[in-house]
Design a protein around this ligand. Structure first.
Ligand code: G1P
Length: 294
């Protein structure tokens, strides 16, 4: 029997240096895309994929994240007394639907190190990792797409996307072979090797890992076994590469559009496209954009 995935880990202890000065006193996970903080997009994706147990790995200066997912009595009372039912439902919805726990990462020693901090809370269960910088707009939530593969094979699955060679050094990159699978239409791969942030000349392919992973608990021992890698950090990619020695790992080229919201241009692109899709903002915003002489 393949165990059901109930838990999702959200690493959120990074320093957000790419967004300074906005992130000096505010976590980057709280930067709003239109009117929702980045991390909420990821949390809603997990929720809509059937994963309700959320584990956020935080660090110093991240208390706004905890407040965001907590109940705000003052705010709820105010909205109630003013009859703002829609806003009240929105504010309540997120804290009602999920169960959040927090674990601290005292030092930002890398993504692998962050994931390892969730070891005790995960126990022996399979789990999802969501990097909230990677915002994915998809008909079927990207996490759900990966879970469908996991539920078939019972093996770890990472999200993949083709990226231009000149950008490849920003990613974990896989050496992988396509695997035929019902309905996967060339999207499923068996991974043979992976490398974190290779030089373009060393990259084994143009298939990059994007921030969605379904992992099994063996990954913790693998992360513990690897030395610091790229940037002197404990890398999740290195842990997965170690796990490949004993376990098949799959990659899935998800359907949907991914925005790198940890990057200023990517963040702006997501903001514009999400605003255009909004029922309440789309029309006037489109008219405004059209009126610009660009
Ligand atoms: C992390 C991972 C990398 C992955 C990327 C996806 O890198 O280490 O393997 O390709 O997320 O966004 P970061 O963006 O934190 O440097």
């Amino acid at each position: 029997m393949i165990a059901k995935v109930r838990k999702a880990v959200f690493p959120a202890a990074g320093l957000g240096t790419r967004f300074l000065p906005a992130t000096k006193a505010q976590p980057k996970e709280m930067l709003p895309l239109v009117d929702k903080p980045l991390i909420q997009y990821g949390v809603e994706e997990a929720m809509h994929s059937g994963v309700q147990n959320i584990i956020i790995v935080t660090g110093r200066g991240k208390s706004a994240i905890e407040d965001h997912f907590d109940v705000s009595f003052e705010l709820e009372n105010l909205l109630e007394s003013r009859g703002k039912k829609d806003l009240l439902a929105q504010v309540r919805g997120i804290s009602d639907m999920i169960d959040v726990s927090y674990v601290r990462q005292k030092e930002a020693l890398g993504l692998g190190h962050a994931v390892l901090r969730a070891k005790e809370l995960i126990g022996a269960e399979p789990f999802v990792v969501v990097l909230s910088d990677d915002v994915i707009d998809a008909e079927v939530p990207a996490t759900r797409q990966l879970l469908d593969i996991y539920e078939y094979f019972g093996a770890p699955v990472v999200a993949l996307m083709e990226v231009p060679r000149e950008n490849i050094s920003a990613y974990g990159v896989v050496d992988a072979e396509p695997v035929p699978h019902n309905g996967a239409k060339g999207r499923l791969f068996r991974i043979h090797n992976m490398v974190e942030k290779p030089k373009p000349s060393d990259a084994p392919s143009n298939l990059a890992i994007i921030g969605r992973y379904v992992l099994t608990a063996e990954v913790f021992a693998s992360i513990e076994a690897v030395p610091p890698g790229s940037l002197g950090e404990i890398q999740l990619t290195d842990g997965l590469k170690h796990l490949l020695r004993s376990r098949p790992i799959y990659g899935y080229k998800f359907e949907g559009k991914r925005y790198d919201a940890g990057d200023k241009l990517g963040f702006l692109q997501a903001t514009v496209e999400f605003a255009l899709k909004r029922y309440d903002l789309g029309k006037p915003f489109r008219e405004y954009l059209k009126s610009l002489q660009i």
